[in-house]
Design a protein around this ligand. Structure first.
Ligand code: ZN
Length: 150
């Protein structure tokens, strides 16, 4: 699917990016330092509460890395990975940190403190082994999250 055809909601919300890393990579993540990431799937949990809501944030995440300034930890990772699936919800009754904690139960939080500069979470990036991906889908869709395959 072309990202041009994706219609995103302009409301504020939460999102999960399911990212695919093709090959093991040494990745610099800003002030966190360099981390060796194994190939596979990673889930990143974030929130879009600023102007333009989910639409602005998700379109930014899908734009190729060289077209934008590095701002968040996720920007470093997006230079090495492809977005496979996006989940989003407009339900803000639970924080992105609560969801990060829930998703961590399906995988391994790594690197520590990734995407968690403004909170006290272990981190907002979770490596998910392939067999757990269906549990991720179930967890989110059972709570009313929408899913977009990229
Ligand atoms: Zn957090």
């Amino acid at each position: 699917m072309s990202t041009e055809t994706l219609v995103f909601n302009p409301d504020p919300g939460l999102y999960v990016l399911l990212l695919s890393l093709e090959s093991p990579s040494l990745i610099r993540v800003g002030a966190l330092g360099e981390y060796f990431l194994t190939a596979g799937l990673y889930a990143y949990i974030g929130s879009a509460k600023g102007p333009g809501g989910l639409r602005a944030r998700l379109k930014r995440h899908l734009r190729p890395g060289k077209e934008k300034k590095i701002h968040w930890h996720i920007d470093y990772l997006l230079q090495h990975t492809s977005v496979q699936t996006i989940f989003y919800t407009r339900d803000l009754s639970q924080s992105e940190c609560k969801w990060a904690s829930a998703v961590t139960r399906l995988g391994t939080c790594f690197p520590p403190r990734f995407g968690a500069s403004d909170c006290s979470c272990p981190g907002h990036l979770i490596q998910i082994v392939d067999v757990e991906v269906n549990r991720l889908y179930s967890l989110l869709t059972a709570s009313g999250w929408e899913r977009i395959f990229i």
